[in-house]
Design a protein around this ligand. Sequence first.
Ligand code: CTP
Length: 402
Amino acid sequence: MSVLSGKKVLLGVTAGIAAYKSATLIRGFIKAGASVQVIMTESAKDFVTPLTLSTLSKNPVHSSFTVEGDDNAVWTNHVELGLWADIMVIAPATANTLSKMSQGTCDNLLLATYLSAKCPVYFAPAMDLDMYIHPSSKENFSKLISYGNIMIPATSGELASGLVGQGRMAEPEDIVRFIERTIEGKLPLKNKRVVITAGPTYEAIDPVRFIGNHSSGTMGVELALRAAALGASVDLILGPSAIKVHHDLISVHHVVSGEDMYEAVHNVYGQCDIAIASAAVADYKPAQVAQEKIKKNDNELAINLVKTKDILASMGEKKQGQFLVGFALETENEEENALKKLKKKNLDAIVLNSLRDKGAGFKTKTNKITFIDKNGSPTLYDLKSKKEVAADIFDQILLKTT
Ligand code: CTP
């Protein structure tokens, strides 16, 4: 999944021949999962039509401060547009617009919005080669970079003038990739490794039967997706679950039993920075697994159970600087019991689910948690989607680890 997924991109289009590439650029952002709004300068409309860009972005294109409605003129609020955006991208950025941006000139909607935007601003110059290397252009680039804007350099090739040299706007797919790389480089868990256990475990009774539980693995998968969105490389140790996970930064290790999960965890635990045990590991397993299917010969059947390995406790024992988080599902004296678990398993934090809270725990799309840190200090959260809960958990982890 792209780091642009769910991001709001404000694309500024100025009057260069490369404006025809804006259509492909919008598609690239949308494909990456972003939502897009477009601001065009009046002269950019000579190169590409607002209809094309509004159709592709699925939003009206903005170009002037007022829009004539049926009865009244409607004010286009540049401040609101600037605040809406997570990222502003000016592509193509002409020499004229870049010069105005560096001076703080504000004679059109695009420039007013640029001055109001609080988000990162990227600009992709597009101009002829002599314009690109002119000292005034170079000074404008440097000035804009010194203001915190990010330049996506032009490439070399044949230019609209027929000359060959640097000045061609970067290709749309390269612009998208450039922005993704820049965001990835700034992510708080970049270069960190995270291990997450998730889902149920199945403990075999015989070749066709097992002891299991209703865990779907959703909470752990959401945690893995959140960690990856924050830039971490994730090892997701996933018990039998119907959920399919596809993400470049997530390696999924499919396991069945608690013993498999234990092995898979310890193959990667030594190299990780953060580990979260959200799996519902069976606490007991049959002492013997019958080699053949057990026949129903008698009225009663007793299966002798023995304790499984406590994976989280073993992670606590082997901890060497990892930030270790466990889960606790409690029905009474919730905080007290969770804190006991935190101490006993040598954890840095524990996420408490109370079965007394409606909508919390297994088989639901929602969860209600209390995050308790090492000192026993609890943070209580409302009932939320598991995706939002995963974000809350990582907010807490980032607070404690950075
Ligand atoms: N856990 C584990 N391996 C086990 C059992 C539990 O890694 N064999 C982890 C779970 O993933 C969870 C935490 O330990 O993070 C839960 O601790 P546990 O002591 O098992 O709590 P409960 O399941 O709530 O069990 P109980 O209260 O019955 O002791």
